[in-house]
Design a protein around this ligand. Structure first.
Ligand SMILES: Cc1cc2nc3c(=O)[nH]c(=O)nc-3n(C[C@H](O)[C@H](O)[C@H](O)COP(=O)(O)O)c2cc1C
Length: 230
């Protein structure tokens, strides 16, 4: 068999897309963000429905409005204060310092991107149970979100995904005049990173992979080229 042509840059890039929560206040040209969003919308979606829409927030008063609600949501839901983090008395996740930095400086970052998704009942929900608003089609929007993260990395921008807006989503809808046919899937501050990009920490895929049935780690020997059976 001829070896497939690899794109090593892709593998390097995909392993370096960390949540970048500390961003500089320096301006970012809009054309770069447009390029990033263009990469986002190359994603696949069921029936090619492309159920995403974006609200790119850059106006100062809007960012401040968002920052206030976002901070309230984090402090109320996570039950951690800045004092807890600084005193070191409470055991907190190592990312919390960065989460709090992001929360306090969010209004200084150049952009906050809202990625919205069209609401759509999953097939498994029977007709009679479809009461009220459907959730956004998360599965159809996340490939676009991941493309956006990758594209930010490719142009040197930092971005981090947050979902805490769910706590104040009704207010968010009203403030940004988002139609009820859409839900907000993720919010993403975007800007030049303060720190360096670095490799992500993940379990190797091998740990999560079984062959032919759950729990079986024996590599197949039939119809498959393996290292042992080329
Ligand atoms: C579905 C989803 C929801 C997430 N929600 C949040 C969030 O609300 N706040 C946050 O700071 N990060 C959030 N993240 C980012 C993850 O916490 C982060 O990517 C993960 O801990 C791995 O860290 P790394 O990206 O630095 O490698 C979310 C990521 C995903 C995929």
């Amino acid at each position: 068999m001829t070896e497939p042509k690899l794109h090593p840059e892709f593998f390097n890039l995909v392993g370096n897309v960390r949540a970048m929560r500390r961003l500089k206040p320096d301006p970012v040209p809009l054309h770069l963000v447009r390029q990033v969003l263009e990469a986002g919308v190359q994603a696949a979606s069921g029936q090619n429905l492309q159920p995403w829409s974006f609200v790119l927030i850059s106006a100062q008063e809007h960012k401040e409005w968002f920052r206030q609600r976002y901070s309230d949501a984090i402090e109320s839901r996570m039950r951690i204060s800045k004092a807890d983090i600084e005193s070191g008395e409470k055991k907190v996740h190592p990312d919390m310092k960065a989460v709090f930095y992001q929360m306090e400086h969010l209004h200084e970052f150049p952009y906050v991107l809202l990625v919205c998704g069209k609401r759509d009942w999953p097939f498994k929900v029977p007709q009679e149970q479809r009461v009220g608003l459907a959730p956004p089609n998360f599965g159809a929007v996340y490939p676009c979100v991941q493309n956006i993260l990758l594209a930010c990395r490719a142009v040197g921008l930092g971005a981090a995904l947050t979902t805490m807006h769910q706590v104040f989503e009704d207010e968010l809808h009203a403030y940004f005049e988002i139609p009820k046919e859409y839900g907000v899937v993720v919010t993403m501050p975007i800007g030049w990173p303060m720190g360096k990009f670095g490799p992500v920490r993940r379990k190797p895929a091998e740990v999560s992979t079984y062959f032919d049935r759950w729990g079986n780690r024996d590599e197949p020997t039939h119809n498959v080229e393996t290292d042992a059976n080329p």
